[in-house]
Design a protein around this ligand. Structure first.
Ligand SMILES: Cc1ncc(COP(=O)(O)O)c(C=O)c1O
Length: 390
C-alpha cells in the first residue's frame, strides 16, 4: 500500500491518449516525462519531437507560435513574456559589443530606454534618427551598423516609413532590419513579405486584443529566429502556457476584430476631420495624412489608431480627455475597448518643446485606440466631449 502523499501526487494522472481535446489545452506543467534515457539523449541530439522543459518550449506556447508564424507567412515565430521581452531578447541575440543599432527616434519609449540606458552599458551604440534620415538610410549607415530597428506607423502621429525602402537599404549593406509591427498588426501589414528580416509585435495589443494578456512575439526566417530562441532560453523571457492559451484564443478572432477596428477608426477619423472644433486629424487612411500614399502601398488596412489635435492647446485636450464617457482613459491600445491618451502626459512625458516639435507632437493632441463598440456611440461620445469645451 502506498502512502497518501504518493497517492495524491501520482494517482489519477490519467492516460492522456484516451482524452483527445478539440482545443489545445493549457499544458500547465514545467517539465515533461521521458520513458527512458535513450529518449533524453534523442531529445538532446535533436532527434525527438518530445518536450523537455517549459522554459525551452511548451505545447500550448508552440501552438500559438505556429498560428503567429502562419499569419506572418514566416518560417518560424516565437512568443515572449511581453513586447519588451521580445525586443530585449531579439537585440541580445543579434547584437554584440561594438555594434551600432540605428533606431527611428519616434520609437516606443521602452525600446528607446532599453537601447539608451541598458544596452549601451554592454557596448552597443544606439543611434536615433529622424524620419527624413530613415528615408535615406544609405547616408546614415556606418561600418559598425549591425541592425536597424523601426516602427511604422509611429506613435502618436501615425507617420509611416517606407518599409520596402528600409528593407532594400538594409539588404544592400548586409544590415539586419527589424520592424515593431505592433500598431498595424499582422492583419494590416506584412513586413516580411516586403523584405524585412524580423517582424516583432507586442502581443499585448491587437494580437491578443482583449487587454488581458501581456506578451510579445517575433516572426522571421528560421536562421534568424534560432539564435533568438537560444537567447530566450538563457534570458527566461518565455511566455507562460496560461497567457499563451488566452493569446491563442484571442488570435482566432483577430481578422474579424481588426476589420472592425479599421472600419470604426476610419469612421471616427472622418467624423473628427469634418468637425470644426478639431484642428487636425492624423489617420493614415485619410487623404490628408502626410503619408497616405506610403500607407496605401504597404498597409492592407489602416488600423485602429487615430490621433487628433485641438489647436495645440493642452487645456482643450485635457477638457475633452476628462469628459469622455465610453472611451476610457488608459494607456495601451489594440483591445476591444476604446481608449484615449494624451501623448504629452504619457509617451512624450517630460519632453522639451524642441523634442515635441521633432516628434511632431503638440500639447493639444489626443490619441485614440478605437475599439469594437458601436461606432455611432463612439462618435456621440467624442461629440459630447468636444461640446463640453464651450
Ligand atoms: C509600439 C510598441 N512596441 C512595444 C511595446 C511594448 O510592449 P509590452 O508592453 O507588451 O512590453 C509597446 C507597448 O505599449 C508598444 O506600444
Amino acid at each position: 500500500m502506498k502512502g497518501p502523499s504518493t497517492e495524491l501526487i501520482h494517482a489519477g494522472e490519467i492516460d492522456r491518449n484516451a482524452a483527445v481535446p478539440l482545443t489545445t489545452p493549457i499544458y500547465e506543467t514545467t517539465t515533461f516525462v521521458f520513458d527512458n534515457a535513450a529518449e533524453v539523449v534523442a531529445y538532446n541530439e535533436g532527434r525527438s519531437s518530445k518536450y523537455l522543459y517549459s522554459r525551452y518550449t511548451n505545447p500550448t506556447v508552440v501552438s500559438v507560435e505556429q498560428k503567429l508564424a502562419a499569419i506572418d507567412h514566416a518560417e518560424a515565430a516565437l512568443t515572449f513574456s511581453s513586447g519588451m521581452g521580445a525586443t530585449a531578447t531579439i537585440l541580445m541575440a543579434h547584437v554584440k559589443a561594438g555594434d551600432e543599432v540605428i533606431c527611428g527616434a519616434a520609437i516606443y519609449g521602452g525600446t528607446l530606454h532599453l537601447l539608451q540606458d541598458l544596452l549601451a552599458n554592454f557596448g552597443v551604440t544606439p543611434r536615433f534618427i529622424s524620419l527624413d534620415e530613415m528615408a535615406n538610410l544609405e547616408r546614415v549607415f556606418s561600418d559598425r551598423t549591425k541592425l536597424v530597428w523601426f516602427e511604422s506607423p509611429i506613435n502618436p502621429t501615425l507617420r509611416c516609413i517606407d518599409i520596402r525602402r528600409v528593407a532594400q537599404a538594409c539588404r544592400a549593406r548586409g544590415v539586419l532590419s527589424v520592424i515593431d509591427n505592433t500598431f498595424a498588426s499582422s492583419m494590416n501589414q506584412q513586413p516580411l513579405a516586403m523584405g524585412i528580416d524580423l517582424a516583432m509585435q507586442s502581443a499585448t495589443k491587437y494580437l491578443n486584443g482583449h487587454s488581458d494578456v501581456t506578451g510579445g512575439m517575433v516572426a522571421g526566417p528560421k536562421a534568424l529566429v534560432a539564435p533568438i530562441e537560444k537567447a530566450r532560453r538563457l534570458l527566461g523571457t518565455v511566455m507562460d502556457p496560461h497567457p499563451a492559451y488566452a493569446l491563442g484564443r484571442g488570435l482566432q478572432t483577430m481578422p474579424l476584430r481588426v476589420e472592425r477596428h479599421n472600419a470604426n477608426a476610419m469612421a471616427v477619423a472622418k467624423f473628427l476631420e469634418g468637425d470644426r472644433r478639431v484642428s487636425q486629424v492624423y489617420y493614415p487612411g485619410l487623404a490628408s495624412h502626410p503619408d497616405h500614399e506610403i500607407a496605401k502601398r504597404q498597409m492592407l488596412g489602416f488600423g485602429g489608431m487615430v490621433c487628433f489635435d485641438l489647436d495645440g492647446r493642452y487645456d482643450r485636450a485635457e477638457r475633452v480627455y476628462n469628459a469622455l464617457q465610453i472611451v476610457k482613459r488608459a494607456t495601451s491600445l489594440g483591445g476591444i475597448e476604446s481608449l484615449v491618451s494624451l501623448p504629452v502626459i504619457t509617451s512624450q512625458w517630460g519632453h522639451t518643446d524642441e523634442q515635441l516639435k521633432a516628434a511632431g507632437v503638440t500639447k493639444g493632441m489626443l490619441r485614440l485606440s478605437v475599439g469594437l463598440e458601436d461606432v455611432a456611440d463612439l462618435i456621440a461620445d467624442l461629440d459630447q466631449a468636444l461640446g463640453t469645451e464651450n
